[in-house]
Design a protein around this ligand. Structure first.
Ligand SMILES: [Zn+2]
Length: 402
């Protein structure tokens, strides 16, 4: 069977690694920037695509520029709610049934808006889109699986006072503390807010994440925060192995207890190991790969984003995704940033099919991992029923009965 883009678009899909601030519609960014007097380098979609949200980037710094503009318009509850709502609609439109939206509450919170206010705003937008989608007859009758979502709160490996008012305040009231301690303390606060949102307010905050530059900012600073998440049954994912070697992935798992890994691109790069106590680097990588495989620690694979930020990756065919599949790792295809990476889930899956010559059964396995390894916010029994419903729907589409 030929796997076309049209077929992929119809299939029930997930996106487990999806940044809210990297996925703002460009039209919306322009409109909100005009309303709130945020300066943009262009006020047309074409102009911004040429200058900011490009097809390819020089490096990670170039890639990150767009976030400054999107974050600048995400400083009110109203705007955050709208952006979240539109993100859910864009996913629904291309057949994505389950999303986990992640963002760093401290990048948006300030003197007028608390972290919890931002979480409520994100939830308001997503829940409105969910309600609308699930009130359609096709979903009510059970003919189609419903749309579901979870929210992931990101802590930051690094920040400075220019990142947001919140971080500015955080740094100034801890002027005599070491930087690393402040990073850890900020993470503890994010997790505290996530726990409160989940446990006291019943909001679907399903997990925590750690984002930001890996090199020089090891996970150990955030251990206390991750243990707080663990004690409160929040799930844990970590951006690791995106810009730093396999040790970064090792630390995310051993220091923070990550159940999923964002990117993991450098998993097989034994030559980049710097820890001199590791004598047999190949054995270290092999042990790590086997551990990840055996525990079903899922890699959130973001192909386009990796191509755009890793200057060494020249051809998609050379992406380690192939080796991840060969080693039977649990992988899920994700977008990372729909706007900044100029992509959709359909595009990402189609790219994977073409570059790695995936069979339909391999595509199905990837989809199953997406649903199964999600941090689904409801009861496990309901999760199983939902996964089954989505995969039955997958079969019906493939068999041509829909
Ligand atoms: Zn990411």
């Amino acid at each position: 069977m030929i796997i076309t883009r049209e077929l992929i678009e119809k299939l029930p899909k997930t996106d487990l690694h999806l940044h809210l601030d990297g996925s703002v519609r460009i039209e919306t960014l322009i409109e909100l920037a005009k309303d709130s007097s945020v300066e943009l380098p262009s006020y047309t979609v074409e102009g911004l695509k040429e200058i900011v949200f490009k097809d390819s980037y020089k490096d990670l710094d170039d890639y990150l520029k767009g976030f400054g503009y999107t974050c600048a318009v995400m400083r009110t509850e109203e705007n955050i709610e709208r952006i979240s709502y539109e993100l859910a609609l864009d996913n629904q439109k291309e057949g994505v049934r389950y999303i986990e939206v992640r963002y760093a509450p401290q990048l948006h919170a300030g003197r007028k808006m608390t972290m919890l206010d931002t979480i409520k705003a994100v939830n308001n937008g997503l829940s409105r889109a969910k309600r609308e989608f699930n009130s359609r007859e096709a979903v009510i009758s059970g003919a189609e699986p419903p749309f579901e979502y979870g929210i992931i709160a990101c802590a930051m490996r690094y920040f400075n006072k220019y990142f947001s008012d919140y971080f500015d305040d955080m740094i100034s009231v801890h002027s005599y503390s070491e930087e690393d301690k402040i990073f850890g303390l900020a993470s503890l606060e994010v997790v505290g807010a996530a726990v409160k949102a989940r446990r006291e307010m019943g909001l679907p905050v399903v997990g925590v994440d750690l984002a930001g530059p890996e090199k020089g900012n090891p996970p150990i600073h955030h251990r206390e925060a991750y243990m707080l998440a663990q004690r409160n049954f929040l799930n844990k994912t970590v951006h690791a192995g995106e810009a730093y070697g396999p040790e970064s992935i090792f630390q995310a798992i051993t220091e923070l207890g990550a159940g999923r890994i964002g990117h993991g691109t450098s998993l097989f790069k034994s030559e980049t190991i710097t820890d001199s106590s590791i004598l047999d680097r190949d054995m270290y990588v092999n042990d790590l790969v086997q551990f990840i495989a055996d525990r079903r620690i899922t890699i959130e694979v973001c192909l386009t984003s990796n191509m755009q930020t890793d200057p060494q990756l020249l051809r998609l065919e050379d992406h380690p995704f192939r080796r991840m599949l060969e080693n039977k790792l649990s992988c899920s295809i994700c977008t990372d940033n729909r706007t900044v990476s100029h992509t959709t889930v359909t595009d990402e899956v189609f790219k994977a099919v073409q570059a790695f010559d995936l069979s339909l059964s391999e595509v199905k396995t990837l989809m199953v991992y997406g649903f199964k390894r999600s941090f689904f916010p409801h009861a496990y029994r309901d999760k199983r029923a939902y996964v089954r419903q989505c995969m039955n729907y997958f079969e019906k589409i493939v068999n041509g009965s829909i």
